[in-house]
Design a protein around this ligand. Structure first.
Ligand code: RRO
Length: 313
């Protein structure tokens, strides 16, 4: 079966890619993604200056393979590292490059978007409005007015199709408000739903201790335990966005089955985070194969045949 897709006007040979943050901070990790069966790759969210991030341990898988918790704190090499990577990237290799930006302020996001605009490269920007792990910095995605104000500044600077990474929403009014804002911006090409479910607390019952060190153990949840929240966000935005705006799914993909569900919910591409962290880049080959087997068993030849076609009762 054909797993190709197109996002923001660029073609992906396979709709699976990494979730930003996982296996994408350093060039060697990005190369592993290029060498894998992933159809594209997205870099670790960048800030103006490089950051070490929060103290370790800052990521932990949860017992029973239900998911993960992280409070990485935006460790990254600084945007110039990813800009240099984007400049020397081979855009003829068949896998498009997505660059994630997560400025600590609107001024920082503005400066980074200007730098990428001036470099005039065929990579696609994904602006992260949803890091849950910076002490004292609320997620922009939960402040509708601030998010709209930021988009009013950034969208014209970027000037071409781009994406935004959203936090999970849990209220229909919030889906309505957020989608109404995004629909005002012609060059928002897609939204990625969802970032981690913010500020969970994982505790080891034997040692009676939090699993991660930062923020008294609080961190973003990912993996299978967020699947239904992620599916709901994908489908809510799929139903509300106009003018060809797309949704990239992120959350809860461990096998072909969850990837299939995300496409049914409306996803045009599917990112893998926790399972990539746990399994390594071989996950893309396995999930691709499993998804193709599901499609073959159901008689689907390509993803357009069932995208967004979830049935309701
Ligand atoms: O680096 C992080 O702590 C982090 C980020 Br920027 C994000 O967007 N989502 C997440 O779960 N962790």
């Amino acid at each position: 079966a054909d797993l190709s897709t197109s996002i923001a006007g660029v073609k992906l040979p396979n709709l699976l890619l990494n979730a930003s943050g996982v296996n994408c901070r350093y060039e060697n990790e990005l190369q592993q993604l290029l060498d894998s069966s992933a159809g594209s790759l997205v870099t670790k969210s960048a800030t103006l200056n490089s950051r070490d991030g929060n103290p370790e341990p800052r990521y932990a898988p949860l017992a029973g393979q239900i998911g993960s918790i992280n409070s990485m704190g935006l460790p990254n090499q600084g945007y110039e590292y990813y800009l240099e990577y984007a400049k020397k990237f081979d855009y003829n290799n068949g896998k498009p490059l997505f660059i994630s930006l997560a400025g600590m302020s609107l001024a920082d996001n503005k400066a980074m978007c200007e730098a990428f605009r001036d470099a005039n490269l065929p990579c696609v920007l994904e602006i992260n409005f949803s890091c849950p792990n910076l002490p004292g910095k609320p997620q922009l995605g939960y402040d509708m007015e601030a998010m709209e104000a930021a988009l009013k500044v950034l969208a014209p600077i970027i000037g071409k199709p781009f994406g935004i990474k959203l936090p999970p929403y849990f209220d229909i009014a919030h889906f309505d408000q957020a989608a109404a804002i995004f629909n005002k911006f012609d060059n928002i090409a897609y939204v990625t739903c969802i970032n981690s479910v913010g500020n969970g607390l994982a505790i080891d019952w034997e040692s009676e201790t939090a699993l991660i060190k930062p923020k008294d153990g609080f961190g973003g949840l990912g993996g299978l335990m967020v699947l239904q929240t992620s599916l709901a966000n994908v489908n809510a935005f799929y139903r509300r966005l106009n003018n060809g705006k797309q949704v990239i799914a992120c959350g809860g993909v461990t096998s072909g089955k969850e990837a299939f569900l995300h496409i049914l919910a409306g996803a045009s591409a599917v990112q893998i985070g926790t399972q990539l962290q746990e399994e390594g880049t071989g996950v893309f080959e396995r999930v691709s194969k499993e998804l193709q087997e599901i499609m073959a068993a159901k008689g689907y030849k390509n993803v357009e045949e069932f995208r967004g076609k979830v049935k309701t009762l």
